[in-house]
Design a binder for this molecule. Sequence first.
Ligand code: FEO
Ligand code: CA
Ligand code: CA
Ligand code: CA
Length: 739
Amino acid sequence: MDKQTPEHEDNVYDSNASGNPEFRDLFNKSISRRSLITKTAGGAVALTLAASLSGCNDDDNDSVSGPSEPPVDENKTPDSLKFKAVVKNTLNEFTVPEGYQARVLFALGDPLKEGMSEWNDNDIPTGVSFSMRSGDNHDGMTFFGLNPSKANYDANASNEGLLVLNHEYINQKYLHPSKNTIKDPVRSEDEVMREINSHGVSILHLSKDPSTQEVKIKKDSVFNRRVTAASKIEFSGPVKGSDLLKSKISPEGLFTFGTHNNCGNGYTPWGTYLTTEENFDGYLARNANDDRDEQTEYALTRYKIDKGQAAQYKWNTPVAAIMEQSMFERWNTSITAPTAAQDYRNSANSFGWIVEIDPFNVQVPPVKRTALGRFAHEDCRSSRAISGQNLAFYMGDDSTGEYIYKFVSDAKWDTKDVNGGYKAGDKYMNSGKLYVAKFVFDEATQKATGQWIELDIKDPRISGYAAYKFADQADVLVHTRLAADAVGATKMDRPEWCAVNPKNGEIYVTLTNNSSRGIKYPTDPANPRNYFDADKEATTLKGNINGHIIRLREAKDQTTATEFVWDIFLFGAEADSHSKVNLSGLSDANDFSSPDGMWFDPRGVLWIQTDDGAYTDETNCMMLAALPGQVGDGQMAQAKSGDNEQVTHVGAKLDDSKLRRFLLGPSGCEITGVTMTPDYKAIFVNVQHPGGVWPSNHPTHLNSSKGIGQRPRSATVVITRIDGKEIAGEALEQSPPKK
Ligand code: FEO
Ligand code: CA
Ligand code: CA
Ligand code: CA
């Protein structure tokens, strides 16, 4: 999200003034847990009920047997896409292929348990009640199969499961009564509580009818709960207890309250959810007289926490009557007391992490995994879980000119850790190496290679960095961007989601767009395009307008590799654009702009989602299905770079049997978040910030949200085939399965 347009997430603010090379350069050379529980009604209900749930996991769970990640079943992988491609439109409707149906499952304000009132435009529920209602701006999402007798994770269960999803930010004007304090210097506590509770994560217990495939929320389940921007969350890993995390909330730097701006996501092989903290900067105020030393000021600026900045929603301003005053004060990250343990100067350092949530454990707070670094985390995708090999987690920092990272666990994967909960998280995510990507292209050999550079205080480029003196490795992890600057990582066109191909382990990363590419940031082989819009020549749309998807293959297919090869899998483009822009040869059946969400299902079908503002004059945002090849299956190409050309390496062109538009969201929205039941019979996506009156105009018999009124509301949608068969599996039904 951008500070000027909070209703449309599009973070183009650019703070990377590190002078790191573009490709061209390389080329040429004190609140108690009890008080929180008593003061948030929903949390209290959830925790009380949890205590009576028999068979529920707890942190001491020693039941380590369980199903492991199912291997790719080639017999389930379609060799072509046969559903009828959805035609581009700009309707205020949700469009799926013929023979499919889309049901609205869970929209803003919908209650998570029986007996609570429904959302009503004219009688908006209280702010506190949102600790047990759907938050806003649904985003990353994962389905976890549930073993009902053991109440734990079963990777093969489809008819019962927990759906975990992010609520990234809020649309203030649709969230409150029409008479409100949005513009007032001091906000009302009720509204701010509604906003705080509308961020974070929802956990829903679902059931699916095995014959009709209809999915419903089990509203009587104790698993239904919210994690919000007010929930207690522990720090874990190397930064826990660091001076940089000390605060009045936790003078020892052991925990904080809240996760917010949860964007992309991931899941672990042991059955937990990973949520990401993206654009946290705008939520924090900083006083005009908050004087810091030069180094700290430099670091704060690199993270966009500017002296004198206001918090965009003014969460620091309410006068508390229901909550503790400190729950609001902490949104001002300024020095106001003699020591860090007595104020909130370090609030900024408490956000920007990967957070692990065990959806099956309703008793133990989620954990911020500090070993994975602090930046505008967009997504976090695990490598394939192969017994005896280290796990890698791939991550993007979504801001203009930021970097791609991976974390590699010290521990090697052991399938006995399935259902190991937070203890398994401690084992695989607290100890390991954090790397940043540097892309290289050799013009003489035309080889596209790259390096993973470890961010280690022992590296003299980091320990001796002139712009910032790192105190220790914890400081490197808190100020990951600065360490990445120091080692000369490659500035990318806004890294968003990551996906790992289950067939060969290759890593895909969406680079959504960059209006400054070719202007402030010179083009390079990995970010090669700078052009004008196909229909608006010489107008305001320029740079890398439509984005692209880059992919990497680790050397020797090892997660621990420090070298990789790469190519550009797909270039977003309008079908009618210049051939040096539409380098992937997209047609009307599959052209798209601004790729963002992305996920490989376990069959190896890649789902690509868009968050676009450039092609919306001709089409709403969408999701496509793809059947990719592999790195290096294409050829060298010349991309349009202003009046010149930029050499790059593009993947093989995919015709519409391998890349096809699967759905369109309603006008005004982005499509984000994608997950499936393991039987491939239900696929879930989120509609974020729709326009018009959607979902109130969705067909009644397919609208499980009972909200009253016509305000547009973000929602989770579940798509099934009317005949109940596998999503995108038509090709397998028309020819015998491969042997
Ligand atoms: Fe939250 Fe970068 O999308
Ligand atoms: Ca256009
Ligand atoms: Ca056009
Ligand atoms: Ca996104």
